[in-house]
Design a protein around this ligand. Sequence first.
Ligand code: ADP
Length: 521
Amino acid sequence: MRHGEDSVVVEALLAEFRELLGSEAVLTDVEEFCDPYDPTDLAHRPAAVVQPASVGEVQAIVRAAARYGVPIWVSSQGRNNGYGGSAPVLAGSVVVNLRRMNRILEVNERLGYVVVEPGVRFFDLVDHAEATGGAWWPSTPSLGWGSVVGNTVDHGFGSTEFGDHAAAVAGLEVVLPDGSLLRTGMWASSTSTSYGTHPRGFGPNITPMFMQSNLGIVTKLARWVSPRPESYAAVTAHADDPDALAPLIDATELLVQEHTVRNIPNLTTSLGAAAMRAPRSHWTRAGVPMPDEDYRALCAALGTGWYNLRLALYGPSAVVDAQLDRVRTVLSSAVPGVRISVNRIRGEDVSDETVRTHADRVQAGRPSMMMLETAKWWSDDGGHLELAPIAPATGADAVRIADLLRPRLEAEGFDFWPSLYISGRSLMFLAVMNFDRHDPSRVQAAYRVAEGAIPALAEAGYSLYRGNIRHMDLIQSTYDFGDHAYRRFVEGIKDLLDPVGILAPGKQGIWPTRYRPEHRD
Ligand code: ADP
């Protein structure tokens, strides 16, 4: 049996799932679990979806899939849209979707951590915080409909001090491919009281091995959250000079390294803000690239700059006063003429009514659905694909990546749409391609850009940190030191833990023995 395509075997497995979990837990209408931005692609279409309601059911599913040799793919909410949604690398896989496991199991306000099941959405976490007095803020990506677990295990970013979500995990509970249950970090001790507070246990730290991973299914996650600050200051800096990219990045990195700024700042052009208001046709009649005069008119209409930086400060009022002074000094001397605006508010007054812009909300750990509007740039029925290389956080590196990507994007009819996240000593350079998801020629154009840019970026020193299901082999191939020693190491572990090769074959370019010959040069 290969690829789960043997319908007789899959049917037998689904019959067993119905028996185990009840027929309402097994879906054969898979539309919602295909790639939302390439809906006609059969190469990544799942055979069925199973929705367990408990850890015991996840264990039973894994054991049955191994007996039948049918590949499974995991999604929590399955909203990882630019990367494939719930769609598997291998067509014919059965999606194990964890939406029904949606309990917030623990909140420790005093020490600042939560323990959640995989179906808990960022919206749920914020609602729960509000309903219980709002003394803590989670970190969240822009959109609130995805799950805390799905985003975190895919190395997602948010915009608060715990915005590097994978780094804010204390421990995991994981179902292994043989159906057994493991807890990591301090949680490996069944009597531990610090599973939510300390990020490692005794011995090699294996928590990160279950993120971007096909070695296990995460069924519980403990992660840190922030105390609601006395004072919150959302800072925006607009620079009108097209050459301001490098000095803005260098100044921001200085502020981050010296810990004046502790969140994850974000730098963009004004296209995202424009797209939240109206489609491209509202702003220009020209093709790609948009003429500079149209772009400047767009910025003027929005009151934004050629580049826009957002960052946030949190803490006791006197501390935020001092940080704000320092931010103004550093940014103004790096970028003469930079326009700085500040939305300063007491933490306890922050709500959807008092904090209205996307930037000011997300930095206060409040997700929304506003960013979804940006996909409508070309058509009401838009999709998007991102390239996400990692670079050292220097202005020179940011400019080098911009110079490399811009001509490639524009040659295929995509506006150059950068969004840079500065985290610690690195930056993540997100280049967004928007398209009409029902126009296959535009979807293919985005894939072409990715297939050309991924090796070119790696050659220049910038491998990607995350990727679409179609590009996982290509991205993994750029992690090539020692004749792909890293991939060999992980695949060795894969074969030990998952000898039948059922759990998410091909995820992140990691294949079990069974499929390796046909997926390797
Ligand atoms: P979200 O819930 O944020 O929408 P997805 O469910 O789309 O996220 O999953 C994002 C990525 O993380 C996918 O590659 C998926 O396979 C993986 N993933 C999601 N949930 C789990 C889990 N519980 N255990 C292991 N991997 C997971």
